[in-house]
Design a protein around this ligand. Structure first.
Ligand SMILES: [Fe+2]
Length: 157
């Protein structure tokens, strides 16, 4: 941990960096999986899904940046190499044999739900120690819930 003028204890900062970096890992994996869906989806709704997935990927890209930079601001090292992301992600591997639009969107909705619900849990987990990190997770949670809604709205469930 780097020294900083932020007046949170090193222990608190360390805990927050660990929590933030787990989300960077999951968000990075989700970004790649969303791009795999964007590239490989096929079916009658191709163009709508192809474009939706790219919009969701760009949201994830921005969110990952904000979460990683909070870890840096707290004096931590942000992010991880892809080899660590592969072993530490909370998500299951994206099935590369998937291309039918309805199956792709259901699979993606499952992945978004894992990350959205984990962001919601992180709001409470960080609330007492660091309200700023908690606020960032609130923003993340709201964004992920909204994007999950966009995915779920395509499923007649
Ligand atoms: Fe593209």
């Amino acid at each position: 941990m780097r020294k900083t003028r932020i007046n949170l204890s090193e222990q608190v900062r360390q805990n927050m960096v660990k929590l933030l970096n787990q989300h960077v890992t999951d968000l990075t994996d989700l970004f790649v999986q969303t791009k795999l869906a964007h590239w490989n989806v096929r079916g009658p709704h191709f163009i709508a899904y192809h474009e939706l997935f790219d919009t969701l990927a760009s949201h994830l890209n921005e969110l990952t940046d904000a979460v990683a930079e909070r870890a840096t601001a707290l004096g931590g090292v942000a992010g991880a190499p892809v080899q660590s992301i592969a072993s530490q992600t909370s998500l299951d591997t994206w099935p590369m044999n998937l291309s039918r639009d309805a199956e792709v969107i259901r699979m993606l909705a499952e992945r978004f739900a894992v990350v959205a619900n984990s962001a919601r849990a992180a709001i409470t987990a960080s609330a007492d120690a660091d309200p700023d990190t908690s606020d960032l997770f609130t923003e993340a949670s709201r964004m992920l819930d909204k994007d999950l809604w966009f995915l779920e709205a395509h499923l007649a469930e």
